[in-house]
Ligand binder design. Structure first.
Ligand SMILES: [Zn+2]
Length: 393
């Protein structure tokens, strides 16, 4: 019953995810869509918690059953050992009885032979004994000896018979013990079988819970993806709105294009300390200089021009905000193709390079800022810009 409800819930939520992805593709997304998705996601997480705790307790129960099965098996082993011992004792008794029987038979045959001999001799024997006896007393004593032998034989046989009876009664007692142990063993086997079947059932429950767990985890992942998609969509909408309002909030990730045609690949001054500074220039060069005269300069990424004008030292200067705290700047330009406030796309021409400001000759001074144009710091543009193979002068 519970499983059926879960399956229905799965179907319902998976359909919801599908509907939401359609909604995301077709319509504008708002924060309330995300709230709704988060709601569904936390419901799925609650279900997952519930299933996790069910699975935990089922696993505890399984461990307990495994212990009981092992104990039942140990008891069966011990009962089997007892049965083996009893069977050994019984066959030992059987051997003793057999030996006893053989002895009895032997003695019996001897007695029979004597009796037969006595019978066959009959009166002749007595007469023989009588005639061969020196007197009556001798006869009587000879007869009595024969009689005594027969009596001794009979008493020995009786003794043996008694011993055999004792052995048979011992054997019967052992057999009754064995029957008892077999009854206990049969019960134990039944118990063990029941425990094993309980264990198998519990394992099935755990397997089914694991399936549910996987489905819910997948579903939660789908909700998370949908939330990510919705958040991306909202960011895009906000960026579009901001661009329309003159603010640039791009999602620049740190890969810039070469701001010139790839054929312009001569670096005349690298980033960092330089030993022979130009008069008036900083010894710590926070840019690279590219040796070009009057050629087009392109935006290395999409962004918004925040400055396009004359700056002391830099000459004609452009600074672009690419969003996410990334800025680029270009100095010594001869002319501008953009003005402050313009939103530019990657590769769009922004200026013509030149020789304005403090220079030793025409070149493009190229800067990259991270963390903001004033609060941030300058980094080596070559580390952030894809570029042709360079020649250093
Ligand atoms: Zn420079």
């Amino acid at each position: 019953m519970r499983k059926k409800i879960l399956v229905t819930l799965f179907t319902a939520t998976v359909s919801l995810v599908l509907i939401f992805s359609l909604v995301l593709n077709v319509y504008a997304v708002s924060q309330s869509d995300i709230d709704e998705l988060n709601d569904k996601k936390s419901k799925a997480e609650d279900q997952l918690d519930d299933i996790n705790s069910q699975k935990d307790s089922a696993e505890d129960e399984l461990e307990d059953l495994k212990g009981q099965v092992a104990e039942a098996e140990r008891q069966l082993d011990s009962l089997n050992a007892q049965l083996d011992e009893l069977n050994d004792s019984i066959s030992a008794k059987e051997n003793e009885i057999k030996e006893e029987e053989e002895e009895i038979e032997e003695k019996d045959n001897l007695l029979k032979e004597r009796m037969v001999a006595l019978y066959e001799l009959g009166d002749t024997y007595y007469l023989d004994v009588l005639f061969n006896s020196e007197n009556l007393f001798d006869f009587l004593s000879s007869y009595s000896i024969v009689q005594q032998i027969v009596e001794a034989d009979t008493s020995l046989i009786n003794e043996l018979e008694e011993k055999k009876e004792q052995l048979q009664s011992d054997k019967a007692e052992l057999e009754s013990n064995r029957a008892e142990v077999q009854t206990v063993k049969a019960e134990q086997e039944k118990k063990s079988t029941e425990l094993k079947s309980l264990q198998a059932e519990k394992q099935k429950v755990i397997d089914s819970l694991s399936e549910d767990q996987k489905k819910l985890e997948k579903q939660i992942q789908e909700f998370e993806d949908a939330i990510d998609d919705a958040q991306d969509e909202i960011r895009k909408q906000e960026a579009a709105n901001n661009a329309a309002n003159g603010k640039y909030e791009g999602s620049f990730q740190g890969v810039l294009e070469w701001p010139l045609s790839y054929s312009y690949n001569i670096v005349t001054s690298i980033f960092g300390n330089r030993t022979a500074p130009t008069a008036g220039a900083s010894t710590n060069h926070g840019a690279i200089d590219i040796g070009v005269s009057y050629v087009p300069v392109y935006a290395p990424a999409s962004g918004k021009v925040i400055l396009a004008g004359y700056v002391s030292g830099y000459g004609n200067y452009i600074k672009i905000d690419h969003g996410n705290g990334y800025y680029t700047a270009f100095g010594h330009l001869s002319s501008f193709n953009v003005k402050a406030g313009d939103v530019v796309s990657t590769g769009q021409q922004i200026a013509i390079s030149g020789n304005t400001g403090v220079t030793t000759g025409p070149h493009l001074h190229y800067e990259v800022y991270i963390g903001g144009s004033s609060k941030g710091y300058r980094v080596d543009p070559l580390q952030y810009t894809s570029h042709p193979s360079l020649i250093y002068h």
